[in-house]
Design a protein around this ligand. Structure first.
Ligand SMILES: [Zn+2]
Length: 424
């Protein structure tokens, strides 16, 4: 195909219009967007996508969990397919771009290819993965993990939302049980590659005045819950030396996490980051000593060694704190994943396309997790980043210039054509 594809241009107006339509679903205060996995809003965004795919004449397949695949056949319908997509679910009060840019961007690319009857030898599929964000169950990349065969029954044990709803119960209502998790796995033989367009969610591209990020690897999180159990007592009658305050123990640990991660935060030490993003206190009233404190720990790094080392230090410190304060601690694993390297053939290909089009690019790792890190386990995966204003994401302040979104989708189109028609 080569040169011909270069004149094929996406329809910018249509892309931005559809992106806008998605972002109106779940719109809240200050322009925030909330579409939690398996909520009505999230379901409506998926219905809109199905509608748009139908309009575009794509062949739609929806698997049992609700991952959506919209397929455009190439000259050889039996050839392995090139998948391109991302997710439509969001965090609580998130932004308009994290996820939808990759889904609607891929849709725009594929419908442009179809309209222009661009010859493709492999089929191309637009994909929307369910539940990429972990905000509801502490479980990230749910849909793509199932497609990649990466969900194991023990992963579901601690996945419960703030209302007490178990992820496992929702899954079983969809016919997905501990013993058939593997049935959602996609046969790798049917895949040629997976491509994902996504906002950077960090400040590097803007700071370096680059338009595109070509992603080398994805930092994966180690996540666990720490539950300190002391003794709830009267805040007025219990002397300081007799207290078993679970929240003070938690506070000690949180401060330690900041300290130890800062020690390992430089690039050569593994760029470790650690966060306690959620906490539950019992009884949680002004006149009682906290008897129970449950905190979520999320540790990430670009190397498995650094992440493991820091996670172990944090676990050790939690035990020490509990021992010193004569209270108990439980460490409940949520998920422990290895950083993932993206495909070594797709990376130079995307780089080459940037060079051909004179687009300033940056070769960079991703600090945030993405569906691509799961898909990389079953097929060659590549990611294209576009700039995030001031690096902000998971916030209503999230912003990417429309021109950058269009450029990203255009580059995705070029990449899809090359991957569909060439040996990789
Ligand atoms: Zn995302």
């Amino acid at each position: 195909m080569g040169h011909g594809s270069r004149e094929i241009k996406i329809n910018k107006r249509r892309l931005l219009h559809d992106l806008n339509a998605v972002s109106r679903i779940g719109l809240g205060d200050h322009g925030s967007v909330t579409r939690l996995v398996f909520s009505i809003k999230e379901l409506r965004s998926r219905q809109l996508l199905i509608h748009l795919m139908t309009q575009a004449g794509l062949e739609i397949h929806i698997d049992r969990i609700g991952n959506i695949f919209g397929r455009l056949n190439g000259s050889n319908p039996r050839a392995p397919a090139v998948l391109a997509g991302s997710h439509l679910d969001t965090v609580v009060q998130g932004g308009k771009f994290d996820g939808p840019v990759g889904v609607i961007g891929a849709l725009e690319a594929v419908r442009t290819l179809k309209e222009n009857k661009v010859p493709l030898s492999s089929p191309v599929e637009v994909v929307c993965f369910i539940g990429e964000e972990s905000s509801r169950f502490g479980f990230s990349t749910l849909g793509s993990s199932l497609v990649a065969g990466q969900v194991h029954k023990e992963d579901l044990a601690n996945a419960v939302d703030a209302q007490g709803t178990k992820l496992e119960d929702i899954l079983s209502s969809l016919g997905i049980y501990r013993d058939n998790l593997a049935s959602l796995k996609r046969d790798p033989e049917t895949l040629k590659a997976y491509l994902e367009l996504h906002i950077e969610q960090g400040p590097i591209l803007e700071a370096k005045n680059k338009k595109i990020g070509v992603v080398t690897s994805i930092a994966a999180p180690t996540r666990f819950k720490v539950v300190f159990t002391g003794q709830a007592d009267h805040s007025g009658t219990t002397p300081m030396e007799m207290r078993k305050d679970a929240l003070v123990a938690a506070a000690n640990l949180i401060t330690y996490i900041e300290e130890v991660c800062s020690e390992f935060s430089s690039m050569d030490k593994g760029r470790v980051v650690g966060t306690v993003g959620a906490m539950k206190i019992e009884p949680g009233v002004i006149n009682a000593i906290p008897g129970k404190a449950e905190l979520s720990v999320d540790i990430r790094s670009i190397t498995a060694e650094a992440k493991e080392r820091v996670a172990n230090l944090v676990r050790e410190r939690a035990r020490e704190i509990a021992q010193r304060r004569e209270i108990t601690v439980d460490l409940l694993p949520i998920r422990d994943e290895l950083p993932v390297a993206l495909d070594e053939r797709l990376l130079p290909l995307i780089k080459e396309i940037c060079e051909e089009k004179n687009v300033p690019y940056e070769i960079m790792p991703s600090g945030a997790g993405h569906d691509a890190m799961q898909m990389a386990k079953i097929t060659p995966a590549g990611m294209i980043f576009i700039p995030s204003k001031r690096g902000i994401s998971h916030s209503p302040m999230e912003w990417t210039d429309p021109e950058d979104i269009c450029l990203g989708a255009q580059l995705l189109l070029e990449t899809i054509v090359r991957v569909a028609n060439e040996e990789i």
